[in-house]
Write a protein that binds this ligand. Structure first.
Ligand code: NAP
Length: 252
């Protein structure tokens, strides 16, 4: 595999499973050194170990992204280890408690907004500060189909994901003059732990797959490839954009 990311550093959140793990492995295979952030130490370290076994460079950094102080500390640690940050993939997120709108608790609302939206806001702030000092960079935020339509039972998740698209566009406009590109990805149904827990059964998986024009759920690697493209020089005039990676599920 060619190494277009040689010499670059990528800060990636949610590396302990699913899309984030796939992204850490792909970015590393393309030559980036990885600041690999997640809460779960064993699973986060396992991703880092796979990167190293494949000849890549990665450092696990434990952080709960729902706590802004822990994000700030994680970015500081990444800078201590690698000394620069060229790319960031703000991917960590949770589905949140599924339930009727009028029965959702404020606690569940605040938890999912903190984990899925405030986290991305704070990550972007810290990443942008570094990229401003370096003369540029690329940030990709992992959104969702729920960023553009309502997901019944998930008002907090839907609000957070709509918010990600909004703040990504604001920052793309503010930091375009500083050579910092900011884009979002809206995955459709991707075959990860989070999605399978949400769907709950093989029957539900089959029904969902049948409703996707391309007839199947996507793989975590598919989203990792989209994130890598948006971070790469191939995407050097793409900013403020929302990329749907969904087997044509969400197009209208
Ligand atoms: N799978 C899909 O179909 C789909 C569709 C649309 C959007 N997405 C989005 O894609 C992203 C990744 O999801 P996934 O499907 O790959 O799910 P996943 O396999 O459950 O991975 C979620 C990752 O986020 C991390 N995370 C969750 N809460 C965290 C917290 N408070 N602090 C730090 N890390 C945290 C988890 O790490 P720890 O467990 O170690 O904390 C894990 O590494 C999410 O933002 C999700 O909303 C997924």
């Amino acid at each position: 595999m060619s190494k277009p990311f040689a010499g670059k550093v990528a800060f990636i959140t949610g590396v302990s499973s699913g899309i984030g793990a796939a992204a850490a492995e792909l970015f590393a295979a393309r030559g980036a050194r990885i600041a690999a952030v997640a809460r779960n130490v064993a699973r986060g370290q396992a991703t880092v170990e796979r990167v190293r076994q494949a000849g890549g460079v990665a450092e696990f950094i434990q952080a709960d992204v729902s706590d802004p102080e822990q994000i700030i500390a994680a970015v500081r640690r990444s800078q201590e280890v690698f000394g620069r940050m060229d790319m960031a993939f703000n991917n960590a997120g949770q589905t949140g408690v599924v339930g009727a709108f009028h029965e959702q608790t404020l606690e569940a609302w605040n938890d999912t907004i903190a984990t899925n939206l405030t986290s991305v806001f704070v990550c972007m702030q810290e990443e942008i500060k570094i990229m401003l000092g370096q003369g540029g960079g690329a940030i990709v935020n992992n959104c969702s189909g729920a960023g553009v339509m309502g997901a019944p039972g998930l008002p907090h998740y839907t609000a957070a994901k709509h918010g990600i698209l909004g703040i990504s566009k604001v920052a793309a406009k503010e930091y375009g003059p500083h050579n910092i590109r900011i884009n979002s990805i809206c995955p459709g149904f991707i075959d990860t732990v989070q999605m399978n827990e949400f769907l709950g059964s093989d029957d539900a998986r089959a029904r969902v797959s049948a409703g996707i024009p391309m007839g199947k759920m996507g793989s975590p690697e598919t989203i990792a490839k989209a994130a890598a493209f948006l971070c790469s020089d191939e995407a050097d005039y793409i900013s403020g954009d929302t990329m749907f990676v969904d087997g044509a599920f969400l197009c209208r």
